[in-house]
Design a binder for this molecule. Sequence first.
Ligand code: UD1
Length: 338
Amino acid sequence: MRVFLTGGAGYIGSHTLLEILSKAHEVCVYDDYSNSAPVALMRVERLSNRTFQAVTGDVLDQGSLAKALVDFKPDVVVHFAGKKAVGESVAKPLMYYENNVVGTLSLLRGMEAAGCKRIVFSSSATVYGEPQYLPLDEKHPLAATNPYGQTKLMVEHILRDWCAAREGASAVLLRYFNPVGAHDSGQIGEDPNDIPNNLMPFVSQVAVGRRAKLQVFGGDYDTKDGTGVRDYIHVVDLAKAHAAAISYAEAHKGCEAINVGTGQGVSVLDVVKAFEQGSGQPVPYEVVARRPGDVAACYADASKAESLLGWQATRDLADMCETAWKWQSQNPNGYAAP
Ligand code: UD1
């Protein structure tokens, strides 16, 4: 198939790109490198031993995006390009609505011009809001607790309506839990701008000596050790879920939301211990106040992915930490020069 990836140079995009190149698909990446680096694409090219097209552009530049789509004529689009920092979304809501919602509308217009009817969307478990029960299945009520979450929810609604209105259209909404880890080569991985918001990149930067210690947000949750519990999913497993979703979209019509997680709840202290083991480095930490907006526990019922996509996670927490460490220790400054 001909696969068009918006945001294909980013953390999840680059791992998915590598995975789908291994499936012999033809690929075009569309990225503005606002939170990624062209060097990630060069590394994917080397690792895959394949070539692919890359167009530099912003999803808000409707002319450039439509031209790239019409030129490439994709069978399916995988849409990663979007802003993803919760705190920033609270401070700059208009930027989030514009990039994530208007950007998706611009993409759908371009897809219509190019005659493309299939999309796989990078959604998030954040669309469930505060869990009313666990594990979270796809029927759980939807709610957003911040502008970032609102944009994911809005785009899900837009894609559902678009799909219903377009004969033969297909949309797969992949609701990611907490993606972590890196490719086994250590050549591509997560490279957050500024101070990481998420746990695993922060832990990696502590282990490599870039930051003095981790702050554990809350030690008094109603969980096994008092710290927050999440469903961490290896980014390579997540990439494989995209490959499966592309095949699914080829064979099916309509809109499906699918959780992508392991179904296992893991605490912050579990992550710290596993990372120390995987890296051989100490990860000093202190327990501080809860982070506003955090929930005690959040993990997936991942059975729909298995039944619909034939996909399930295969990699464990040790593997997530070992590969995250391999990437971090080989690239202490991420993609930036040492
Ligand atoms: C966060 C976002 C979520 C987004 C997801 C993307 C918030 C409130 N939620 O989820 O909307 O979809 O990232 O991956 O930001 N922790 C620490 N110390 C740290 C960082 C995190 O103790 O320095 C803890 C958190 O309290 C939480 C766990 O680690 O218990 C995971 O946090 P994080 O990686 O930020 O992910 P989420 O909060 O689950």
